[in-house]
Design a protein around this ligand. Sequence first.
Ligand code: PLP
Length: 392
Amino acid sequence: MTTTEVKQRLLTPGPTAVPQEVLNELAQPIIHHRTKQFQAIFGDLSAKLQKIFKTEGPVLSIAGSGTTAFEAAQICLAKPGSKVITCAGGKFGERWQDVYDVYAKFLNLEQIKINFDWGKAAPVDQIKKALDENPDVSVVTICHSDTSTATASDVQAIAALTQKTDALLIVDGITSVGAFECEMDAWGIDCLVTGSQKAMMLPPGLGYVGLGKRALARLDAIEHDLPAYNLDLRKWVKSHAKNDVPFTPPVALIRGQNVACDLILKDGLEAKIAETKKLAAASRAAFVAMGLTLASESPSDSVTGVYYPEGVVDGKFRGAVRDNHGVHIAGGQDGRGAKWKGKIFRISHMGYVDFEDTSVAFGAMEAELIAQGVAIEPGTAVKAFEAAYNNA
Ligand SMILES: *Cc1c(COP(=O)(O)O)cnc(C)c1O
């Protein structure tokens, strides 16, 4: 094989690889969306999404990216004249603060920003204190898994707090839904959001919003002017009840998601989650065996981040891993809380990625770290990965 023929393996934490069955479905002829045929597909999909979200409430499918869906939830669920608590320990948590910075003046919101160190889980005590001190909080936002830092937070504990108050919890589950345990109804998550291009095994283009009872009631009670048209969730909820959407949907993606959900649910969601967990645990073991340091103290099972050893150049390393081995991994990101560009690299475990892909990735990463002068006994990474996987 020449270099150009090397099999390409996408192990970036979004977009992720898409299974062939889903690609085939995406290639089906386009049908019109105001038809019984589309409504049947859409109804089918919505039921499967409820299983993956673990909710009895509606899960809306909105054209756009994960950010579109989250922004819609933020705008529609905040009460005008109230406070919102926004938790950020990474790039995505910071994004939700930026969104409320934009809408604060339209909704007369005061934002309480709880910032915590990148690589650490959200401080539950601090959130509790902020809720205790501010009875007029209408929304709390949290990332279940902040992909930029490969870090998971204890959403179950945070939901237990918000459930005792009038504050609704909006969870960014963009790299937790379908990847690791996230019990929307059982934990008391009021609004859960994900996107199509992470654990859902689809190309980018759809955002999903799951709404619990309290969130639906909040939407029903809206009497103020919303600074939104397309993102007015009341329109989406109304159509959803008729297996419909208010505006032209990405029909191909809806069909594709239906098939991807079948693949996720084939052996049960729990089996998919268990497999992701195994890949993540074995990956952490392999990085440690190579002498590297994990970027997170509370690692997410959907993505692993590690610090570069001294002297390794990010662009050169990831370029060589891609060009010489066909393995695509991600670098770090910069935000307000930290600058991790060039400092860490990340590999995904969610969706359509398997043991073989990950094993190949470890062989590639090890070879290119050695090529940049890192002292690693050749074979260490793959051996450690496979041993930990088989023992998990
Ligand atoms: C990818 C990602 C987003 C952003 O999603 P887009 O689809 O790029 O808008 C938000 N939050 C998390 C945790 C993500 O991983």
